[in-house]
Design a protein around this ligand. Structure first.
Ligand code: FAD
Length: 493
């Protein structure tokens, strides 16, 4: 019997993971990707002897990647290796405070107690709450479809529903963190986790306090060859399983026909020709899916009009010299955090004293920069693209960023920049197909956001599925991988 055919639109991480899961289930799978390379947001940039991971830099929950190799009866280590980080992040404050978040939470809690007004006990109580939120949300929100009745027939899902009150959904993250920590700099440190899915801690529910549990309980990791190696190794696995990749292949439309009361997917249109498939999995931003690939379809307006998550402005800098005061992940905090978020979310602009994230993979992967140099990925959070004058904003932001780095590190870096490339909300949209350059689809700035994300299947077109950071359960590598897992659970050949 011929194998049933599945087409995946987009070779982002969730698209490749879905393709792997379907190939394992016996489908013949083809991926159509509009770029010349796989990975979407998870890409890399090579510049004058420097290598940069273009998008994600923090790797958590590597077990979701390993799981794909194991499902295919392969040894993950034959494809992909990563190491746990002893140090999660270095934090720098304008008042001179510096904290190093050790992966061992006992050590980090003691450092917080030694250097700030907050106690180690506060940290442990906070992380206990974080664990509780994880226990309650994991099965309901993360590992199963929220939109299928059968999800609620599991005993562990029902138990979680009864414990819903424990997920801290009815106050903001910033309010909750103020109640946990005496020292406002530690409130700020834990408020930052809202930005992990492009949200605002002064609006988003405290349920987002689940995120530190990923980092401090399961750990932070670094792939030995850099973040982009997650993609190259998954692409290799997919190809070993027979998945066929088409690059420079922009899909024009999703084709379906009326079939009784529901529609049935028939395939896709590419270069004006129909490619037939029983199953179509769409990995691109769901906003563009409805606007471009299903133009005649009655799109869910509620979804299309929701607030988008924030975007980013990134400077990839080849830097002469080495900076022992910096680690792999570094945060230089804004003095007034709330003012920074007000600028992003209320005024849709860039704050004059932004929180700066500097990621330097050459600290661990020596080949990522020439001898005596470092590869700096310098990122700030910015609003999604609504037609702002980005060229002017970027010029101003660059001046402010360099001033702040010089001030905090007490060094002058301008003369040390050897080469530079910039990514902004406009180029994030054009390179990855993410509407308005948002990094994580819609924002999570209200307590219903988790329920308002698009399901992983179409309730109106049989055989059409959705994966990736813009649909359930959300953005970021771990959740994008879970979207593929949820689709895989549904598709039994
Ligand atoms: P995407 O990466 O969105 O890929 C979608 C693919 O679809 C693209 O390759 C695109 O070219 C393709 N496509 C679009 N239209 C078409 C079409 N018509 N036909 C064919 N193909 C099409 N996550 C973390 O976990 N940790 C981090 O530290 C982190 N930091 C980030 C920093 C930045 C700067 C960015 C941009 C993102 C970051 N993220 C991070 C988020 C993470 O990168 C994303 O959530 C994840 O990679 C999204 O994957 P995806 O499967 O949704 O696909």
């Amino acid at each position: 019997m011929p194998k049933p055919k599945a087409i995946v639109i987009g070779a982002g991480i969730a698209g490749i993971a879905s393709a792997i899961r379907l190939a394992i289930k016996g489908f013949e799978v083809e991926i159509f990707e509009s770029n010349a390379y796989a990975g979407g947001k998870l890409a890399e940039i090579n510049l004058q002897g420097f290598r940069f991971d273009a998008g994600p830099s923090l790797f958590t929950m590597p077990q979701y990647v390993d799981e794909l190799f194991k499902l295919a009866n392969k040894n993950p280590k034959d494809y992909f290796e990563y190491e746990p980080l002893d140090e999660v992040c270095r934090y720098f404050y304008e008042d001179g405070l510096q904290l190093t978040a050790n992966a061992d939470i006992n050590k980090f809690a003691l450092e917080i107690e030694r250097k700030t007004e907050s106690s180690a006990k506060e940290v442990h109580q906070f992380l206990k709450k974080s664990e509780t939120i994880y226990e309650v949300t994991n099965k309901v929100f993360l590992e199963r479809s929220l939109h299928k009745i059968k999800s609620y027939l599991h005993w562990d899902t029902l138990k979680s529903v009864f414990r819903f009150g424990q997920i801290d959904a009815f106050r903001t993250q910033a309010k909750a963190n103020q109640s946990f920590f005496k020292d406002k700099r530690i409130v700020q440190l834990f408020n930052r986790y809202a930005t992990y899915n492009g949200s605002n801690p002064y609006q988003a529910p405290a349920t987002l306090n689940v995120i530190p549990h990923f980092e401090y309980h399961f750990g932070a990791f670094l792939p030995k060859k850099g973040m982009y190696n997650i993609i190259t190794s998954l692409q290799k696995l997919a190809e070993d399983l027979g998945v066929k990749f088409h690059f420079n292949a922009k899909v024009e439309e999703i084709i379906y026909k009326a079939d009784g009361r529901k529609n049935k997917v028939e395939g896709i249109k590419f270069k004006s020709l129909v490619q037939e498939a029983e199953v179509v999995i769409c990995n691109l931003d769901v906003w563009f899916t409805y606007k471009n690939l299903l133009p005649k379809f009655d799109a869910p307006q509620k979804l299309l009009t929701q607030e988008r998550s924030s975007s980013a402005l990134i400077f990839y800098l080849g830097i002469k010299g080495t900076y022992p005061e910096l680690g792999l992940h570094n945060i230089l905090f804004a003095e007034d955090y709330q003012a920074e978020f007000d600028a992003i979310w209320k005024d849709a602009t860039i704050y004059h004293d932004p929180t700066i994230y500097i990621n330097i993979t050459s600290k661990h992967i020596l080949n990522d920069a020439p001898d005596g140099c470092e590869n700096w990925f310098v990122m700030i959070n910015v609003p999604a693209n609504n037609g702002q004058d980005w060229d002017e904003l970027i010029q101003e932001a660059k001046k402010n960023i360099i001033k702040k780095i010089n001030r905090i590190l007490k060094k002058e870096i301008t003369e040390r920049i050897i080469c530079e490339e910039i990514l902004d909300p406009r180029s994030i949209e054009s390179r990855t197909g993410s509407y308005q350059g948002s990094l994580y689809g819609n924002s999570s700035n209200n307590q219903f956001a988790a329920f308002l994300r698009h399901p992983n299947f179409s309730s109106k077109i049989n055989g059409l599925y959705f994966c990736g950071g813009s649909v359930h359960p959300g953005g970021g590598i771990p959740l994008a991988l879970l979207s593929a897992k949820i689709i895989g659970q549904d598709l039994v050949n």
